[in-house]
Structures are given as C-alpha cells and as structure tokens.
Design a protein around this ligand. Structure first.
Ligand code: HEC
Ligand code: HEC
Ligand code: HEC
Ligand code: HEC
Ligand code: HEC
Ligand code: HEC
Ligand code: HEC
Ligand code: HEC
Length: 452
C-alpha cells in the first residue's frame, strides 16, 4: 500500500495546499513528497522557509502548523532569522548564497520581542540563571558540584581527561538537559562540544538566557500542553525531587488521572479556572492565573520554604519572598478549600520542615565533632558518614519535605521520614563507632546505590 501511495504521490501533482494565512487545508491526502504553496500572509522570504521545510523537515512543519502562532502568521523566519553579525549567524543548505542568516538556537530573547512580560518573569525565576549555575558555576558549593560531574561521574579519578567529551558525557546527557548549558560555537557559528540542545537555564552565545520550549515544546508552543503535569515531569522526578510521583499519588493527581481527559485545557490565557478542571495540576498551583491570582512565569513567586537545600529556610533574595509566597499559595487553595483545611495543611508543611531541620542539625553537630577529632575522610564519597549525610538531605529529606508540601502521603512517610530516621540511626552508629575506636572504619559501610 505504502509503495502505491508513494507512486501516486510522485506521478500526480499531489497535494497543493492553498494557504489562507489563518486556516490550514484539512483532509489533505497523506502523500509524499509534500508540496505546500503559500499564496498570501507571508513575505516571500518567510514563505520560502515554509515551503522547503514542509518537504525537508515535515515533522517540524506539521507541528508548527498545529500551533496558534502559525495561525497568527508567526513563521520560521520570525524566530530563526538573525542579523549577519550575530555570534549565532549561520545558514542552512537551503539558504546558501543568500543574504539571509539563521540559527537553530532560539532563546527567550527572541520570544521577548512579542511576549516581554512572560520572559521578564521567567528570568527572575530559579528556572533561569540559578538553574544553569547549579551545574556550570565553578565556585558554587565550593566547587563540589563541578567536581561531582568531572572528577567523579566523568571518571576523572580513573584517568579520563578532564574537559574531554567523554569526561563530560554524564553532564551533557544528564545535568545539562534539565538545568541548561553554556553554549559554545565553532568557526561556522554552529553549536559544538555537545553544549546544545540543553535545558531550561541555557546561556546562549549572544548572552541571552533561557529555553522556553521545556514546557510548551516546539513547534506547537501549546498552552494546553504546559498546563498538564507531564510538561514538568521530564525534570521534576526521580529519587531526589519526585514531584510528578508525589503529584500522581496525591488526591489531586488521582482526580487528574481519573477525569483529566475530559477537562477543558484550551481556555484562553488567564481564563483557565476551576470548572475547566476539578483538581489542580502543577501549573495551577505554581503558575496559572486562578481566582485573584494572575498567571506568572516566575515559579518562585508562590513558595514559602526552600525545600531543596540542606537546611530549609523561608525564601529570600534571589530565591523569592517566602512571606509573600505563603500568602499567594493560600490564594490558590482558597478556590477549592476552606480556611480550616488550608491552615491545617500549611501547618503540616511547617511542622515537617521543622522535623527535617531537627534531623539535619543533629547530622551537622555530629559531623563537626568528627571533623574536630580528625575522624572524617577527605574524599566524602568514600566516607560512609558523609555519604549517608548526603542521602539524608538530598534524597530522603527532600522527599519527606516535598511529599508533605504537595500532599503525597506515601512520599511524606515511607520514602520520606521513615527513611530519614533509618539513615540517621546508621549515621549515629558510625559516629559512635568512630568516637569509641578513635579511627575511621576501612571500607565504606554504605551501599553505593544508597537508600532509594
Ligand atoms: C515561535 C518561534 C519559532 C517558530 C515560529 C519556529 N521555530 Fe524552530 N525553534 C524555535 C525554538 C525556541 C527552538 C529551540 C531552540 C533551542 O533550544 O535553542 C527551535 C528549534 C528549531 C530547530 C533545531 C532543533 C532541531 O530539532 O533540529 C530547527 C531545525 C527549527 N527550529 C526549524 C524551524 C522551522 C523549519 C520552522 C518553520 C516551519 C520553525 N522552526 C519555526 C522557535 C521557533
Ligand atoms: C530550499 C530548501 C530550504 C529553504 C528555502 C530553507 N531551508 Fe532551512 N534547511 C533546509 C534543509 C534541507 C535543512 C537540513 C540540513 C541543513 O541543516 O542544512 C535545513 C536546516 C535548517 C535549520 C537547522 C540548522 C542547523 O544548524 O541544524 C534551521 C534553523 C532552518 N533550516 C531554518 C530555515 C529558515 C528560517 C529558512 C527561511 C529563512 C530556511 N530554513 C529556508 C532546507 C531549506
Ligand atoms: C513576532 C511575534 C512573536 C514571537 C517572536 C513569538 N510569539 Fe508567541 N505568540 C505570538 C502571537 C501573536 C500569539 C497569539 C496567537 C493566537 O492566540 O492567535 C502568540 C502565542 C503564543 C503562545 C500561546 C499559544 C496557545 O496555545 O495559546 C505561546 C505559548 C507562545 N506564543 C510562546 C512563544 C515562545 C516560546 C516564543 C519564542 C520561542 C514566541 N512565542 C515568540 C507572537 C509571537
Ligand atoms: C527542563 C527541565 C525542567 C522543566 C520541564 C521544569 N522544570 Fe522546574 N526546575 C528545573 C530545575 C533544573 C530547577 C532547579 C533550579 C535551581 O537550580 O534553582 C527547577 C526549579 C523549579 C522550582 C523551584 C524554584 C527554585 O529554583 O527555587 C519550581 C517551583 C519549579 N521548578 C516548578 C516547575 C513546574 C511547575 C514545571 C512545569 C510547569 C517545571 N518546573 C518544569 C527544571 C525544570
Ligand atoms: C532530571 C533532571 C535533572 C538532572 C539530570 C539533574 N538535575 Fe539538578 N535539579 C533538578 C530539579 C528539578 C531541581 C529542583 C529540585 C527541588 O526543587 O527540589 C534540581 C536541583 C538542583 C540543585 C539545587 C538547586 C540550586 O540551584 O542550588 C543543584 C545544585 C543541582 N540540581 C545540581 C545538579 C547537578 C550538578 C546535576 C548533575 C550531576 C543535576 N543537578 C542533575 C533537575 C535535574
Ligand atoms: C515551567 C514551564 C514553563 C516555561 C519554562 C515557560 N512557560 Fe509559558 N506557560 C506555561 C504555562 C503553564 C502557561 C499557561 C498559563 C495559564 O494557565 O494560563 C504558559 C503560558 C504562556 C503564554 C500564554 C500567555 C500567558 O502568559 O498565559 C505565553 C505567551 C508563554 N507562556 C510564553 C512563554 C515564554 C516566552 C517562555 C520563555 C521565557 C515560557 N513561556 C516558558 C509554562 C511555561
Ligand atoms: C496543590 C498545589 C500543588 C500542586 C498540584 C503541585 N505543587 Fe509543587 N508545591 C506546592 C506547595 C504548597 C509547595 C511548597 C511551597 C511552600 O514552601 O510554601 C510546593 C513545592 C514545590 C517544589 C519545591 C521547591 C523547593 O523549595 O525545592 C517544586 C520543585 C514543585 N513544587 C514542583 C511541582 C511540580 C513539578 C508539580 C507537578 C508534578 C507540582 N509542584 C504540583 C503546591 C503544589
Ligand atoms: C481546583 C481545585 C483545587 C485546588 C486549587 C486545590 N485543591 Fe486540594 N483538593 C481538591 C479536590 C477536589 C480534592 C479531593 C477532595 C476529596 O477527596 O473528596 C482535594 C484534596 C486535597 C487534599 C486531600 C485531603 C482531603 O481529603 O481534603 C489535600 C491535603 C489538599 N487538597 C490540599 C490542597 C492545598 C494545600 C491546596 C493549595 C496549595 C489545594 N489543595 C488546592 C481540589 C483543589
């Protein structure tokens, strides 16, 4: 069948879509090669990109066609064209010999031409510079983070050359795809050294920051997609920040799984309200306009606590304003819950933070004591006490705090506080043994996979 269609496609004139500038011809027979001819609505330069790419990269073209921006006449040319002197200026095979320069890299600066407030808010959030710094800043956490990627995961300690592509494979396939990268370009201004594509806080060669497509993916750029929890799940998951797992086990997530298919996802920006959905998604609580609240692209706006670092404190400075954040988050809940419910669930979060902080303070006290007596190994990854301390904070302790914050009881308890207390008991044993024997045990007592 496929072959017959192919032949018909070649022999006949195939499908000539008449472009209306707003609507796309439906029911076009699925024949290849595709021919698209643009009659109006675009400049001749813009029309050329579309016509050729409809044939050469049909996946991109079809996706773009599905988005609202295509309907509004925003095309490849509007987002990919750059000035000839841009550090990102290059040409694709279809443009060689012309005066038009383009780049495959498109940062938030391009979107800012038409969506300035979304980009402003985004740039103030943890999704922008803070996100990239977590992976790339050589000084952050005293250099421990870069050492983790290069010396340890990149097998620097086994002799792999530091800075080589092999050495960076763990960063480029992992950290960087979520957090973002610092893009480097070669002599032809195309990205090199696997520094692109990358995650949310990417720094582009022209100094601009941010990849907007992590939530509304190219080239559909759909608001409906970004409103669904799946949009966040590519990054907010796993043993150290299982937000999608927590959400799906919460009552909210269960209602989403039961009813979500029938919800109204396409409401105009700012008008998406309870009734369109029965329970909140990640976007409802952290970003979307609801009740009195306006939509925000600053995901830090509605947060009180810092639940990711070693000790939880009320947010301030670059991490947001926790006092204000508390008030805003309550304004989300009030659309569907009463005061008593909100006061109680918020109190439970405050208590969980206090409980976790108590464990952490004890761990710090014991560590100081061991350090003073010379009972810590220099390499923390070979030292059972320090390894467990990492898991106490980074895995079990985050799960306990985030599980409580987002109403996932199994994460708050079994993957959370239950394991927090287990890890603490083991840390106490190691501490007592070292103090009694005045030496460090030879082999690490911790399984390398840690308490998952
Ligand atoms: C609204 C802006 C916008 C429009 C319109 C747009 N793009 Fe893109 N495009 C992007 C963004 C954003 C990226 C991701 C860039 C990044 O991560 O740095 C991208 C990436 C790409 C890439 C590189 C990624 C890959 O998978 O190879 C190609 C090729 C591309 N677009 C082609 C096109 C074509 C062809 C069209 C027109 C049919 C088009 N784009 C329309 C914004 C746009
Ligand atoms: C005559 C056909 C043709 C025309 C016209 C054309 N392209 Fe391309 N383009 C291609 C092909 C084929 C590729 C994939 C191979 C390559 O990268 O050269 C491509 C690749 C690209 C890429 C990815 C480049 C990379 O480094 O990965 C972008 C972005 C792009 N085109 C945008 C555009 C824009 C914007 C226009 C209009 C200003 C345009 N193209 C016009 C055929 C064309
Ligand atoms: C040249 C102006 C222009 C540029 C550049 C532009 N946009 Fe848009 N965008 C629009 C317009 C106009 C609409 C409204 C379309 C409509 O609703 O008919 C829109 C709508 C949107 C929507 C809402 C779509 C929906 O489903 O309701 C998103 C999301 C979006 N743009 C993201 C982006 C991103 C991300 C970039 C940068 C990669 C970008 N835009 C660049 C003009 C632009
Ligand atoms: C491409 C990966 C990615 C996607 C997709 C993503 N995030 Fe994030 N998010 C991150 C990273 C990385 C951080 C940590 C930033 C840092 O280092 O401070 C983060 C941080 C956050 C924070 C804490 C802010 C802070 O830094 O203090 C919130 C809240 C958040 N994201 C919510 C969301 C929501 C809601 C969605 C979906 C609508 C989402 N994220 C989608 C990667 C992502
Ligand atoms: C699957 C996506 C993903 C990968 C891979 C990933 N992270 Fe993260 N990271 C996140 C998210 C999401 C957060 C926000 C966590 C939270 O709110 O609890 C985060 C938080 C952080 C933080 C705390 C925030 C800050 O700015 O201080 C640091 C540091 C960090 N990551 C570093 C790294 C490093 C280094 C790697 C690789 C060795 C890495 N991450 C791999 C998604 C990821
Ligand atoms: C963390 C996920 C996430 C990222 C990153 C993100 N968006 Fe959005 N965006 C959303 C969500 C969710 C909505 C829908 C809000 C609602 O319910 O109305 C949205 C809506 C929009 C809209 C529709 C108008 C509005 O403000 O509601 C535009 C335009 C838009 N985004 C542009 C951008 C641009 C430009 C960037 C890059 C700076 C970006 N987005 C990055 C999640 C994201
Ligand atoms: C019912 C509302 C609600 C839903 C739904 C929700 N969250 Fe949250 N989220 C919260 C609250 C409340 C907090 C803690 C805020 C505070 O400190 O006051 C939080 C905290 C976070 C944090 C931790 C930030 C830090 O300090 O480390 C991240 C990341 C996050 N949420 C991402 C997500 C993602 C991703 C989803 C969907 C998979 C999601 N949230 C669903 C309400 C929600
Ligand atoms: C769009 C409406 C909506 C929003 C917004 C919302 N919830 Fe809910 N929530 C629900 C529904 C519906 C249920 C299920 C009630 C049931 O089990 O009968 C629920 C259940 C819960 C539960 C499970 C316990 C129970 O039976 O009530 C908790 C805890 C909870 N929500 C906390 C919150 C918090 C905290 C916020 C704000 C950060 C919030 N919710 C925002 C609709 C919402």
């Amino acid at each position: 069948m496929k072959q017959i269609y192919g032949k018909i496609g070649l022999i006949s004139l195939a499908c000539l879509l008449v472009w209306s500038g707003m609507a796309f011809a439906a029911n076009s027979p699925n024949l290849a090669p595709r021919k698209v001819e643009i009659k109006r609505g675009y400049t001749p330069e813009a029309a050329k990109c579309i016509e050729c790419h409809a044939e050469k990269t049909p996946g991109i073209y079809e996706d773009w066609k599905l988005g609202k921006m295509a309907g509004a006449g925003i095309s490849c040319y509007d987002c990919h064209m750059v000035e000839s002197n841009s550090p990102m200026a290059s040409q694709c095979s279809g443009l060689k010999g012309s005066q038009i320069f383009i780049s495959p890299m498109v940062s938030s600066a391009t979107c800012a031409r038409c969506h300035p407030s979304e980009v402003d808010e985004f740039l103030k959030s943890g999704h922008a510079n803070l996100s990239r710094a977590a992976v790339y800043d050589k000084n952050k956490a005293g250099g421990v983070l870069v050492a983790l990627q290069v010396k340890n995961e990149g097998a620097g300690f086994l002799g792999v050359e530091e800075g080589s592509l092999v050495n960076h494979a763990s960063r480029t396939g992992g950290c960087q795809m979520c957090h973002g990268s610092v893009v480097e370009v070669g002599p032809d201004n195309k990205p090199i050294k696997s520094t692109w594509p990358a995650g949310v806080g990417t720094l582009y060669p022209d100094g601009s920051v941010g990849t907007c497509t992590v939530c509304h993916t190219r080239h559909k750029f759909s608001v409906a997609e970004a409103r669904k929890p799946e949009a966040c799940a590519s990054c907010h998951l796993g043993p150290d920040h299982p937000d999608i797992e927590i959400y799906l086990e919460s009552k909210h997530g269960q209602i989403f799984l039961t009813d979500g298919e029938d919800w109204e996802w396409e409401s105009a920006p700012g008008t998406w309200q309870p009734g369109d959905y029965r329970a909140p998604t990640c976007a409802v609580c952290h970003m979307s306009g609801i009740g009195e609240l306006e939509t925000t692209h600053n995901v830090n706006d509605r947060l009180k606590w810092d639940l990711m670092h070693k000790k939880s404190v009320i947010r301030s400075g670059a991490r947001g304003d926790g006092v204000k954040g508390d008030k805003l988050m309550r304004k989300v809940c009030i659309n569907c819950h009463g005061e008593s419910h909100i006061d109680n669930t918020r109190q439970t979060l405050d208590s969980a933070v206090a409980l976790y902080n108590t464990y952490w303070a004890e761990a710090v006290k014991m560590k100081k004591d061991l350090a003073a007596k010379g009972l810590l190994k220099k390499d923390a990854w070979k030292d059972g006490y320090q390894e467990l301390m990492y898991y106490l904070w980074h895995h079990t302790g985050r799960r306990a705090r985030q599980g409580t914050a987002m109403n996932g009881p199994d994460y708050a308890h079994w993957h959370g506080f239950f394991q927090v207390f287990q890890v603490m008991k083991d840390m106490q044993d190691i501490y007592n043994w070292r103090i009694e024997n005045n030496k460090i045990e030879e082999l690490s007592t911790v399984m390398s996979s840690g308490p998952l």
